[in-house]
Write a protein that binds this ligand. Structure first.
Ligand SMILES: Cc1cc2nc3c(=O)[nH]c(=O)nc-3n(C[C@H](O)[C@H](O)[C@H](O)COP(=O)(O)O)c2cc1C
Length: 231
């Protein structure tokens, strides 16, 4: 896992970007369908969240929640089926884009605070988390992305969010924290059960307890807190 927070300035003095139309989709939009459980990941997320499918050309977005549309100003049809790089612009830090690419290539969670641009061209500092989701066996099925727009108060934001996440994780039992960490690494209940030598039912119970104890509404939040806490 890697957390990168090297930007000291909120938006690096970046000016507005002239609005750029998103690229053409890399897959026909009517061919996009995602299983209910994957859709729920973003639909129940209280923060902006998306899912991409790396098995399709250029790893396009296949699920997008309303919060993401509100944050970025795009319509769903404009960005579905496109790679999420349309959020980058002239002042986006190339070394942070490299970090994201490395995380994606190596199929591990990555959290960076990168300069992005809204549809209208307004720059914003985005604490974006990208984490893999594996299917049966070790096949990579999806990536989950979740975004937090950092504002002035949150400058020096990672310490604040990381500290909060660490405090939350401390309230868990070692087993619950272990299960949470495995969820964040993209494993399904069945795989976690196998790795820990427990039943799937027990894993579900632990997941449920983590959600309850931390007051979470979606697994996407669980993944985000695990990565922010650095477990
Ligand atoms: C699920 C998912 C969500 C992403 N969300 C963002 C994001 O919010 N902001 C961003 O700058 N890049 C995001 N990316 C990364 C871009 O899609 C892209 O990989 C990155 O800009 C590097 O660009 P490149 O592939 O052209 O090198 C996301 C990637 C995935 C797979």
């Amino acid at each position: 896992m890697s957390v990168v927070n090297e930007g000291s300035d909120l938006n690096g003095g970046a000016g507005e970007r002239a609005p750029v139309p998103p690229p053409e989709p890399t897959v026909p939009l009517d061919s996009i369908s995602v299983p209910e459980e994957v859709r729920c990941l973003v639909d129940y997320s209280p923060i902006p969240a998306v899912v991409s499918d790396p098995r399709l050309p250029d790893n396009p977005l296949v699920a997008i929640n309303d919060k993401f549309l509100e944050m970025t100003g795009y319509e769903r049809e404009e960005i579905l089926g496109r790679n999420c790089r349309f959020l980058s612009g002239p002042k986006t830090e190339p070394f942070l884009s490299d970090k994201i690419r490395e995380g994606i290539d190596q199929r591990r969670p990555v959290l960076v605070e990168i300069l992005n641009y809204k549809k209208g061209g307004e720059p914003f500092r985005n604490a974006v988390l990208i984490a893999p989701i594996f299917g049966e066996g070790d096949e990579l099925h999806y990536f989950l992305g979740s975004q937090v727009e950092l504002n002035g108060q949150e400058l020096g934001p990672s310490p604040t969010r990381a500290a909060r996440a660490s405090e939350l994780v401390k309230t868990l039992s070692p087993r619950q924290a272990e299960v949470m960490k495995m969820v964040a690494s993209g494993l399904r209940n069945k795989q976690i059960a196998y790795e820990l030598g427990l039943s799937e039912k027990t894993i579900k119970m632990h997941r449920g307890l983590v959600m309850e104890k931390l007051g979470l509404r979606s697994s996407a939040e669980m993944v985000r807190i695990a990565v922010e806490a650095g477990i």
